[in-house]
Ligand binder design. Sequence first.
Ligand SMILES: Nc1ncnc2c1ncn2[C@@H]1O[C@H](COP(=O)(O)OP(=O)(O)OP(=O)(O)O)[C@@H](O)[C@H]1O
Length: 261
Amino acid sequence: MTQAQQTAVKHDAIYSVNQFNLWYGQDHALKDVTFDIPQNQVTAIIGPSGCGKSTFIKSLNRMVEMVPGIKMAGSINYKNKNIFDPKYQVEELRTDVGMVFQKPNPFPKSIYENIVYGPKIHGIKDKQTLDNIVEKSLKSAALWDEVKDRLHENAFGLSGGQQQRLCIARSLAIEPDVILMDEPTSALDPISTLKIEELVQSLKEDYSIVIVTHNMQQAARISDKTAFFLNGEVIEYDDTNQLFSNPSDQRTEDYITGRFG
Ligand SMILES: Nc1ncnc2c1ncn2[C@@H]1O[C@H](COP(=O)(O)OP(=O)(O)OP(=O)(O)O)[C@@H](O)[C@H]1O
């Protein structure tokens, strides 16, 4: 690779993870994790239960810090700044990085109030501006047509799949650059899953997406890059097509062909 190409690749990374380690007490949950997460791409994190996928994705927005007794080493750079540097302004991550969880978790409020919650915290008060944010976010999350006539009804009245798209819309309302998704379809039926998968594909035009998934077909269908984690280590990180069609490590091959996990 030429110097110019190396620079181009570097520039393309929204996150650069370098020798990142994390311990829960004595439990070494992430070991020397090193790879770049590219901008405007979908990066899938796969691996068997307990391999550190959730710990890793929660490190990307510093949510992992809420767990008492953790220890970390190495760095995670976001837009070229180490997010664990004591001088780092964590507010940047809070506004830049949205998160969607395994189980849809709307607030017990109306659909409208769910979306405007974040923007209001960021000081937006003008009703027309908030109305526009609601419409734009719901359209981007492919939910607008289904809910435009019931915006002031409680979000709990939506189906599970609709609630998850509402949570995606809520994360879009703060105009993030990155969306982290921790098994966003594992609680959903196949049709809702398909809708979220299509949505993820369309969102990458405007956002960088990291998705943890147990479902290897899903990773193969929707991601550009895949990282295979095992016992806290990244065993292989590559273009998704390459990793699934021609893995370079026997353990990756064993996992993707269903020999364990
Ligand atoms: N809050 C915590 N306190 C202590 N140990 C934890 C905590 N969260 C996770 N761990 C441990 O860290 C390791 C990695 O867990 P993690 O949840 O990141 O894995 P995972 O790959 O997301 O698993 P799953 O697919 O089952 O959700 C496991 O050994 C787990 O027991």
